[in-house]
Design a protein around this ligand. Structure first.
Ligand SMILES: *Cc1c(COP(=O)(O)O)cnc(C)c1O
Length: 395
């Protein structure tokens, strides 16, 4: 059969055609009125996409660049910080904070699990200058309770900042950044924004801007204050990734369209879409007797444990060879133990049903158990039908 190459990975994600066209045709120089208009519109729209009144920065780098910027801008060497880690991306926070000389307290839970708020409360003491966490841990598929964590951090007052890597959380998960009091929230272009890698963004609270005047860690390209000053004039400090800004403009228009002209509503629609695709996928996996890897599964992706005795790499390989569908293996120590199907950004009903249908064929090939065709698809359809009835009743 003919194969279409499709990504089901937690970044990069499928590209929005309108974003690709916008990129391909964009030629404006970055110090022109045309680019300035695009840049200012995009920054204003990004506030709506994130759901914040805080200033937003969009930088030319991958997500890790802005993770690093939040460490270098908000801490000084020797500062005590708390890292909450439940996987490979949590471990990245530890590595970054150590690289900048922080005194790092690490609260870790086993892969696949999330934190107990009681444990966090005991570790967030007044001398902790910043707490770093993920909204969704993309390596395990776990969802963390950002609202609960924010409540604990905010109870400490203004001297403790909360930095959330929501790189796969934004656009897939309901996050009330300002109400909860998240100081820095971070996203990346290659996730729910349906664009290629290359841009990362963040929203920064007044508390965090104030902190930057006192911190002494080295920074130059990633000096957030410099970018904020330039942005206020409608410019970037250095050459922006101009064509990616054009793609971002188109992606935001698409999300606005999902909200029938209201970008904030469109963002909620995008989140609901991810939640529903995830629920369908979980139901499909369970119907096949598979186990979910995460105890509190995220909407961004579904991590599924390989059946006992089977290397998940075989599943990943079979998806690729039979269907040209790219699903992700486990990372690091989790390699071979699980596979990950993402629902971040540009996914719909047919993608979800399609990957589950393919999963049944893949399992029939790589295991010696018989597979009853249609069981996972049916389970997913039932989830969809139920949610559709609810939506119709609400109309
Ligand atoms: C994708 C991702 C990142 C960023 O990785 P980059 O490769 O630097 O873009 C960070 N955190 C999480 C949770 C992610 O999913």
């Amino acid at each position: 059969m003919l194969h279409k190459n499709r990504l089901f990975t937690p970044g990069p994600t499928p590209l929005l055609p309108a974003a690709q066209t916008a990129m391909a045709s964009f030629t404006a120089h970055h110090r022109t009125a045309d680019f300035k208009a695009l840049f200012q519109r995009v920054l204003a729209d990004m506030k709506e996409f994130i759901g914040t009144k805080n200033d937003v920065l969009v930088l030319a780098c991958s997500g890790t660049g802005v993770m690093e910027a939040s460490v270098s801008n908000l801490t000084s060497p020797g500062d005590k910080v708390l890292v909450l880690t439940a996987g490979k991306f949590g471990e990245r926070w530890t590595g970054l904070a150590k690289a900048f000389g922080c005194n790092v307290d690490v609260l870790s839970v086993p892969y696949g699990e999330t934190f107990s708020l009681e444990d966090i409360r005991a570790r967030v003491t007044p001398n902790v200058r910043a707490v770093f966490v993920q909204a969704t841990e993309s390596s395990t598929g776990a969802r963390h309770d950002v609202q609960g964590i924010a409540k604990i951090v905010r109870a400490q007052g203004d001297d403790t900042l909360l930095v959330v890597d929501a790189i796969t959380g934004l656009g897939t998960t309901h996050l009330d950044v300002d109400d909860w009091g998240v100081d820095v929230i971070i996203g990346g272009s290659q996730k729910a924004l349906m664009m290629p890698p290359g841009l990362a963004y963040c929203a920064v609270s007044e508390r965090a801007w104030k902190r930057m005047d006192a911190t002494t860690s080295p920074r130059f390209y990633f000096d957030m204050r410099k970018e904020r000053k330039s942005a206020a004039k409608g410019e970037t400090a250095y050459t922006p990734a101009t064509s990616l800004f054009a793609a971002l403009g188109a992606a935001l228009e698409f999300v606005r369209g999902m909200g029938k002209g209201d970008l904030a509503k469109g963002r909620e629609e995008l989140v609901n879409n991810a939640e529903l695709c995830a629920e369908m996928t979980r139901a499909g996996a369970k119907a096949l007797g598979l186990k979910l890897y995460a105890s509190t599964p995220a909407a961004a992706l579904t991590a599924i444990s390989a059946p006992d005795g089977l290397d998940s790499g075989k599943i990943v390989k079979e998806f690729r060879e039979s269907f040209d569908a790219v699903v992700a293996n486990g990372q690091g120590e989790m390699k071979g133990k699980l596979f990950r199907i993402a629902h971040i950004g540009y996914y719909d009903y047919l993608d979800t049903i399609g990957i589950l249908g393919a999963l049944e064929h893949v399992l029939a090939r790589v295991t010696d158990k018989s597979v009853e065709y249609g069981v996972s698809v049916r389970a997913a359809q039932q989830v969809y039908a139920r949610s559709h009835e609810v939506a119709l009743a609400a109309r």
